[in-house]
Design a protein around this ligand. Structure first.
Ligand SMILES: Nc1ncnc2c1ncn2[C@@H]1O[C@H](COP(=O)(O)OP(=O)(O)OP(=O)(O)O)[C@@H](O)[C@H]1O
Ligand SMILES: [Mg+2]
Length: 347
């Protein structure tokens, strides 16, 4: 038998639209979060009458639909009016005032950004934004290096509302009192989905992503159960994709129980907190930790500093993120913090 004899032909792929399993795919409908979406819409509504909206603190654990629901509201808003501009910022990717200023300028089509500092960019953006009203969303707001951009918006933008999103419920307590009092935030909590809801969401994605009928009921049940147990829809999406890949690799024309079980075994102790698309700097740091696994945090910081010249605080923030993503572990030993690279099991 030839090496490639048994392969499924490209037109035989089990996937119809694999992109629908990407973590940042935006489905047309975001079920089970209608109440939250109405709540957000009500906070935005005063902007339709050219009054300030209500600021919101949106919180809840990872993978429970905070981002996807908020983006859905912004998309609907955009379809309804041109008078309210949605500005969505992921603070993990844009964590400094300068990066945020550039991002805002890009989103509103202001291109003359070269050789300008953060302040100047904010000023230019404000003069455009103040012709209309604005909804600002700071997603993963706990990753912000400085809260200055929020102060700037509070001061310089006339009609706005601000949504802060985080999976760190304690983050609110860490905001300084002046900011809390200026923002006067309302709270919106996202709780994990129940089993039926988890199944509904994953079923929707199967319909988008796979050829009709190829995903067996048994495989689906196992994956839905595991996802419900771990309370993170992202894990479900990962398992659906992985099971599909395994089935294709084995030239199976359906995704069966055994493929789902194998996909779950790939999870190992590794938690997929998010689509870990690391920035260059973080990727580098991860490699430094990998090559120096078992060394102290200080020792690794010295290597990092030599290349990037950044502060210990920034380094610690990055270490914490890598740890939350399950990529490294930190252990305390004789008062030293030891950093360890976590091998991804069976990959
Ligand atoms: N109700 C839903 N309908 C459809 N897809 C959903 C729903 N809830 C979550 N998802 C999907 O699950 C994944 C995780 O959701 P989301 O990114 O919104 O999580 P999150 O609460 O923002 O998590 P984190 O705090 O880690 O950022 C996304 O791919 C999203 O599309
Ligand atoms: Mg999110």
């Amino acid at each position: 038998m030839g090496l490639f004899d048994n392969i499924l032909h490209s037109e035989e792929s089990l996937f119809k639209n694999p992109i629908a399993l990407d973590f940042d795919f935006q489905p047309k409908l975001v079920p089970y979060r209608e109440d939250m979406q109405h709540f957000m819409a009500n906070c935005i509504k005063p902007l339709f009458y050219r009054r300030n909206g209500t600021n919101l603190f949106i919180f809840g654990p990872s993978g429970v639909g905070k981002t996807v629901s908020t983006k859905h509201v912004l998309n609907e808003l955009e379809e309804n009016t041109e008078e309210i501009i949605p500005v969505y910022i992921n603070c993990w990717k844009r964590d400094s005032p300068y990066k945020i200023a550039v991002e805002i300028c890009e989103q509103i089509g202001y291109t003359n950004i070269f050789n300008k500092k953060a302040d100047e960019l904010f000023r230019e953006a404000a003069s455009l934004l103040n012709k209309k009203s604005v909804v600002f969303v700071f997603d993963e707001v706990d990753k912000l290096e400085s809260h200055q951009p929020i102060y700037t918006i509070l001061e310089d933008i006339y009609r706005k509302c601000i949504f802060l999103i985080t999976n760190d419920a304690e983050f609110y307590k860490k905001l300084d009192d002046r900011l809390k009092s200026r923002l006067a935030l309302k709270f919106l909590e996202f709780k994990p989905y129940n089993f039926e809801q988890t199944k509904g969401i994953l079923k929707q994605r199967i319909d988008y992503a796979f050829v009709n009928g190829v995903f067996s009921e048994e495989a689906f049940e196992i994956i839905a159960k595991k996802t419900f147990e771990l309370k993170d829809i992202r894990i479900g999406l990962f398992l659906l994709k992985e099971a599909g890949n395994i089935a294709e690799f084995k030239s199976s024309r359906r995704i069966l129980k055994e493929h789902a079980i194998e996909a779950i075994s790939k999870l190992g102790g590794f938690s997929i907190r998010r689509d870990v698309q690391l920035k260059k700097e973080d990727e580098d740091l991860l490699n430094m930790i990998k090559e120096n696994s078992g060394k102290t945090s200080r020792e690794i910081y010295n290597i990092f500093k030599e290349k990037y010249g950044k502060s210990y605080r920034t380094f610690q923030r990055k270490v914490k993120y890598l740890e939350e993503a399950g990529l490294i572990k930190t252990n305390l030993f004789n008062n030293y913090s030891i950093l360890e690279f976590v091998e991804k099991s069976k990959d």
